[in-house]
Design a protein around this ligand. Structure first.
Ligand code: PMP
Length: 466
């Protein structure tokens, strides 16, 4: 008998994956030879592959699995909501309890917005990219509504990461997200990465470096014309761009420039939100009062996709005014505020409250920061160890004194990452051979030690190889 047309033609899961799946963020030619690593289950801070091998997740998946890879309460919350109301939308003034409760909880936990005022409203989307795209469209709509249609340009930072949709990908400042995608689109600009170790001039203090960067931002705004520049985007700690902790006084100086030219500040808290830096928000760790705050990932502990955009009252008033003029506010996703991820997010926020998550991260994060430095700072291949709270990076260098970076063509970061995988730690080595460390927030001190030990074993193998 001949098999039906849709019968699987390949027996192993890996062969079927290679045959049918187009993976995100993958070199598709190299993938044909390597095939996938198939992860089958999770438990605590570990995931297990199809051969039963365990890996400690040093980056919480993609900076998101804050409560690890198993949690009965979150599974129950999703199941209960699915049985009660599996879907309803929020278009045209419809609502439901999970959307209402989560909105109230987020506003109640939000940091101060610009001028020290509370945030006003929450809009929901499904991903960090969609949240940032929505923020850009809100800003454009707002400036049209308040009668300044020329004020539309958006400023991001080189190596900043805000997503991959057409607008959010344009604010992102990473070459791989632009090359061959015809991005950024017109009207998007980028200022320098605030990495003192990497870019300060010899002898330049953190404060002087911060002043230089604030001046660069102001020069760009003046060159483009303040009447044409709408907003500045920043992650409090730049994540995917290498875990960049801003130099002292940076945000103070940047905010002064933005206020002077009435340019809105969008804080992208997609990684930093919900305790990661040792405060509830990265904005609180770094003294930022933004006009808009976007968040995702740890909002639902990554159990289901959901993201949010919080806006100040000033933004809300303009958007309300404009939607009256336009007839309606023509923006929203089918799944904006979907009841099931919203129910999971509500349960997640309750767990964070019960665990006193920012306090826990501040304490255990201090242990992580110490342990990282003790083990790695003097290693002959390490240039800088940096971090705050439960986020950090270990950056390799062939020469500590000159702070040189390895030739990217040698692909040492990718090699370290592969060796980590062989030794039971799932790593993410970013630009300039910087290994990110952003484990589940529930990691214990003993688990921090095991994670760092495995990374060190991999680094020692790499040292022997080169
Ligand atoms: N902003 C930041 C700071 C991020 O780190 C990410 C994802 N890593 C995004 C936005 C985009 O989120 P998503 O992948 O959910 O679209």
């Amino acid at each position: 008998m001949t098999p039906p047309d849709d019968a699987p033609r390949f027996n192993s899961a890996a062969a079927r994956d290679t045959e049918y799946a187009l993976h995100p963020y993958t070199n598709h030619k190299a993938f044909r030879d390597s095939g996938p690593l198939i992860i089958q289950r999770g438990e605590g801070i570990r995931v297990f592959d199809d051969a039963g091998r365990d890996y400690i997740e040093s980056v919480a998946g993609l900076w998101c699995a804050s409560l690890g890879f198993a949690n009965q309460r979150l599974a129950d919350a999703a199941y209960a909501q699915m049985k009660k109301l599996p879907f309803y939308h929020a278009f045209g003034a419809r609502s439901h309890d999970p959307l209402i409760d989560l909105s109230e909880m987020l506003i109640g936990r939000a940091p101060l917005s610009s001028g020290g005022k509370p945030f006003s409203k929450v809009f929901f989307a499904n991903s960090g990219s969609e949240a940032n795209d929505s923020a850009i469209k809100m800003i454009w709509f707002f400036n049209n509504a308040v009668g300044r249609p020329a004020k539309k340009k958006i400023i991001g930072r080189v190596r900043g990461y805000h997503g991959i949709t057409v607008a959010s990908g344009s604010v992102t400042g990473q070459p791989a997200n632009h090359a061959m995608f015809d991005l950024p689109i017109a009207g998007f600009h980028h200022v320098s990465t605030p990495h003192h170790y990497g870019y300060a001039q010899p002898g330049e203090s953190e404060e002087a470096f911060a002043s230089r960067l604030a001046q660069e931002l102001e020069d760009l705004i003046l060159r483009e014309g303040p009447d044409t520049v709408a907003a500045f985007f920043a992650e409090p700690v730049m994540g995917a761009g290498g875990v960049i902790i801003p130099p002292a006084t940076y945000y103070e100086k940047v905010q002064a420039v933005l206020r002077k030219h009435d340019v809105l500040f969008v804080a992208d808290e997609v990684i930093c939100g919900f305790g990661r830096t040792g405060s509830y928000w990265g904005c609180q760790t770094f003294g930022i009062q933004p006009d808009i705050l976007t968040c995702a990932k740890q909002l639902s502990a990554a159990f289901l996709p959901i993201s949010a955009v919080m806006i100040s009252d000033r933004l809300y008033q303009g958007i309300a005014e404009g939607s009256d003029k336009a007839g309606t506010w023509g923006h929203g996703f089918t799944y904006s505020g979907h009841p099931v991820p919203a129910a999971v997010a509500i349960e997640t926020l309750k767990i964070y409250d019960e665990m006193e998550m920012p306090k826990l991260v501040a304490e255990r994060g201090a242990y992580l920061q110490r342990a990282m430095r003790e083990r790695f700072a003097d290693h002959p291949l390490v240039g800088e160890v940096r971090g705050v709270g439960m986020i950090g990076a270990i950056q390799l260098s062939p020469d500590k004194a000159s702070r040189a970076t390895f030739d990217p063509a040698r692909k040492l970061g990718a090699r370290w990452q592969a060796l980590g995988q062989e030794h039971g730690v799932m790593m993410r080595v970013l630009v300039n051979e910087s290994a990110a460390i952003s484990p589940p927030l529930i990691i214990s001190e003993a688990e921090i030690d095991t994670m760092l030990e495995r990374m060190m074993v991999a680094l020692e193998v790499l040292r022997a190889e080169i």
